[in-house]
Design a protein around this ligand. Structure first.
Ligand SMILES: [Fe+2]
Ligand SMILES: [Fe+2]
Length: 336
């Protein structure tokens, strides 16, 4: 995927040679190489015009020894689509470093969720969410370091779609931490996590992005998002996924919403997503609040949110994170 730390000219994105060499299908993007000192060029040079079979590229690269590849920023979507079709194979490829696999999954999944938030009932987008949730699970169970590596990439700023992705990664991680060998229902669970806040697409952005405290009327509108999400997706996705969307704000004490369900009235999946959701919200910078660091977030959840979560799962979550969490920026905290 694009590698943020390496040198990259304006308007271009550096793409991984590992991926290019292992893709199948037709490239729907222009591909550039360099620049190298021999070429005396400041800008990457066009190697291939779009609509070429990737196999052709593989022959050229092998014979001419190119190392650095770029695409134009405007072609990122097309590049993602080709990568999405090949992700499963890339995850299985032992020669690709774990961190590159994490980047590709995180970037593709962010794109997929952003797209479905723009068009929630598109069959094509739903299929892409289904595929990417399967890929995240495949990756999570392929290596003990996969989840921590994905969590390292979590956006420090809050966007609904990266939040949904982070919540899915935390949730799959916690499920695997508790049930290392059990995948029954996990696919539908992950699918629901990726879409858990989809109902926010029905709520006015002015309320969602309000920089100050919400009025009680505004808060009651925001609280409708689980129900809106359920209604939006009701005839399209599995029951387990719908359950996650509808109940992710229920609390163990029964004081959550929309149904005030208590304890075991919700599934283990719902108990897990409830923890992941709050943790990601606390550790991500919001318009109205700075990010808390992991320790502060866990302390807040333990001491200020008594009765919100099932104790056993919350402890498991803390243990999971103590093995590798996403690093956060600590500032003066005024979360509300
Ligand atoms: Fe929510
Ligand atoms: Fe959420």
């Amino acid at each position: 995927m694009h590698l943020h730390n390496a040198f990259c000219p304006d308007g271009f994105i550096l793409v991984s040679k590992h991926f290019l060499m292992n893709l199948n299908g037709e490239a729907t993007f222009d591909l550039y190489v360099g620049p190298s000192s021999e070429q005396h060029a400041n800008e990457p040079l066009l190697l291939m015009h779009r609509y070429f079979p990737i196999s052709k590229l593989q022959d050229i690269v092998t014979s001419r020894g190119f190392e650095q590849f770029f695409i134009k920023k405007e072609d990122l979507f097309n590049f993602h689509l080709l990568v999405e079709n090949n992700i499963s194979m890339l995850i299985d490829n032992q020669e690709i470093p774990l961190v590159e696999k994490s980047k590709i999954i995180y970037n593709c999944a962010s794109q997929v969720i952003e797209d479905i938030f723009h068009d929630p009932r598109s069959g094509k987008n739903l299929k892409r969410v289904d595929d990417i949730s399967r890929n995240i699970i495949q990756f999570a169970f392929s290596n003990d370091d996969a989840i921590p590596s994905l969590l390292q990439l979590g956006s420090h700023d809050y966007y609904t779609f990266t939040h949904c992705l982070n919540v899915a990664v935390f949730s799959i991680g916690l499920w695997r931490h508790i049930h290392p060998m059990e995948k029954t229902g996990l696919q539908d669970f992950a699918f629901g996590c990726l879409l858990h806040d989809i109902g926010k697409t029905k709520i006015d952005e002015k309320i969602l992005k309000k920089p100050g405290p919400l009025t009680s009327e505004e808060f009651s509108i925001i609280k409708k998002h689980p129900q809106y999400g359920y209604e939006l997706m009701a005839d399209l996705i599995p029951e387990t996924s719908l359950n996650v969307i509808l109940h992710h704000h229920e609390k163990h004490s029964g004081k959550g919403y929309p149904d005030g369900l208590k304890g075991n009235q919700v599934s283990d999946f719902v108990k897990i997503v409830a923890i992941a959701d709050v943790y990601d919200a606390l550790t991500t910078r919001r318009i109205y609040a700075n990010a808390r660091d992991p320790f502060e977030a866990m302390l807040t959840m333990k001491e200020e949110m008594v009765g919100h979560f099932e104790q056993e799962k919350f402890i498991a979550f803390v243990l999971m994170l103590s093995g590798g969490e996403k690093p956060r920026i600590t500032n003066d905290i005024t979360y509300h």
